[in-house]
Design a protein around this ligand. Structure first.
Ligand SMILES: [Zn+2]
Length: 418
């Protein structure tokens, strides 16, 4: 039976979208939470972008140390040989990539205005693929940008060429979110049958169908006997109206289909509440109150018939009346401590005594030696400046556990050649 594996692209598609300013430390924490949750792969950033380099290298070091394990960390670049060269020169440790190029006439004409045609797209993509293989890439996906507005025969040709040049996956991108579940399923079925290559579903939400399209595309790939790699982001953040929301997709797999059993990894949904709230805080966005699973209203009842049934269900939980799944499943229901009186907070100018007090409150054990404590205290102040936000308990815990790695992550410095 084919497998379903989630590739989360929060740290790439989410991070690149307007008004989302994730710090490198926050991106690292997201990789950690995704790993903890059992997500297969994180598209963790851009190896051709200078300000990403230290973060990417540090996260790959965490992977080598088995701290970020077994999650796979993959970079995103354009499918042109120059980008492969630059990626490997700046982050030689990179082992997994997705390379991306436009395939639709709208994009080819609109972007390159006659300077490049579809033949040129194929040439760039296959050359980039050959070069990445020569440089020793372990796995590589090839993205057809704007696949949903590309003729099917062209997509088959593109995916076939990618497969012949050693691509591990083909990413079908509904870049402008114009597909619907029926249409995407038909197209995925044809590509899967004709090319027999594992397919990634990358759907945007411009018509509110990103999750539905991803589910339909995943089922179509599986039925055609190829592995499916749905792409997601946490809270659905991403370009414009966003991408396919990770938690909604997992809930859909579990409660509207039998796809859950095809996910290779053991996914721990109970981290959803924590991770969703972390990303909301880090991105300065609110979780919509009606968000599936983790929205404020997702388990609220205020009408007579509904409340009556739910109260009965509390006594006899056999009958699932008005809730499809339980709040506990998403890690909700634990009391959360909110300070309403005095509070000592980590800040850019906090001293060692306050730092010790905060660590003690969070149960974080500090080194015995005062000189070592002074080092992590100074680092925590730098991390606070880097995040432009009060550090969370998990962030502080991570800083104390891996200080050298954190110095590298937050070190966004001038590149040697600029
Ligand atoms: Zn996208």
């Amino acid at each position: 039976m084919p497998k379903v594996r989630i590739i989360d692209v929060t740290n790439r598609d989410g991070a690149q979208s307007a008004r989302i300013n994730l710090s490198k430390l926050q991106k690292t924490m997201i990789n950690r939470y995704l790993n903890q949750m059992g997500i297969y792969q994180s598209e963790f950033g851009f190896p051709t972008t200078w300000h990403e380099v230290n973060y990417l290298k540090a996260n790959l070091e965490l992977a080598r140390m088995k701290v970020l394990h077994p999650i796979i960390l993959s970079g995103w670049i354009r499918a042109v040989p120059e980008d492969v060269e630059v990626a490997f020169s700046r982050v030689p440790e990179i082992e997994h990539l997705n390379i991306s190029i436009s395939t639709s006439e709208q994009m080819i004409q609109g972007k390159w205005q006659g300077k490049k045609q579809f033949r040129g797209v194929l040439k760039d993509m296959t050359e980039a693929l050959d070069l990445a293989r020569k440089k020793g890439i372990k796995t590589i996906g090839v993205n057809a940008e704007d696949a949903s507005r590309t003729e099917l025969v062209r997509l088959v040709e593109f995916a076939t060429a990618a497969k012949e040049h050693g691509a591990d996956r083909f990413r079908y991108c509904d870049t402008v979110g114009c597909d619907n579940p029926t249409r995407i399923a038909e197209k995925i079925k044809v590509i899967a049958h004709m090319v027999q290559i594992p397919i990634e579903l990358h759907c945007h939400n411009d018509l509110g169908m990103a999750v539905a399209n991803t589910v339909a595309g995943t089922i179509a790939a599986i039925e055609a006997k190829v592995d499916a790699y749905p792409n997601t982001t946490i809270l659905g953040i991403g370009e414009r109206a966003g991408n396919c929301d990770l938690f909604s997709l997992l809930l859909s797999f579990k409660y509207s289909s039998d796809l859950w059993s095809l996910i290779n990894e053991k996914i721990d949904l109970s981290l959803a509440w924590k991770l969703g709230n972390y990303v909301a805080r880090a991105t300065g966005t609110e979780i919509p109150s009606h968000q599936p699973g983790i929205g404020q209203k997702a388990f609220e009842h205020a009408s007579g018939i509904h409340a009556d049934a739910i109260i009965k269900e509390m006594q006899d939980p056999r009958w699932k009346t008005y809730e499809l799944y339980g709040f506990e499943e998403l890690g909700r229901g634990e009391p959360e401590f909110v300070e309403t009186g005095r509070e000592i907070l980590m800040g850019d100018f906090m001293g060692t005594k306050g730092f010790r007090h905060i660590c003690e409150k969070y149960g974080i054990e500090l080194p015995k030696d005062d000189k070592e404590v002074a080092k992590v205290w100074e680092l925590a102040r730098f991390a606070n400046v880097h995040n432009h936000a009060i550090l969370t308990a998990d962030e502080l815990r991570f800083i104390v556990a891996y200080p050298d790695i954190v110095w590298e992550i937050i070190n966004v410095t001038r590149p040697p050649e600029l």
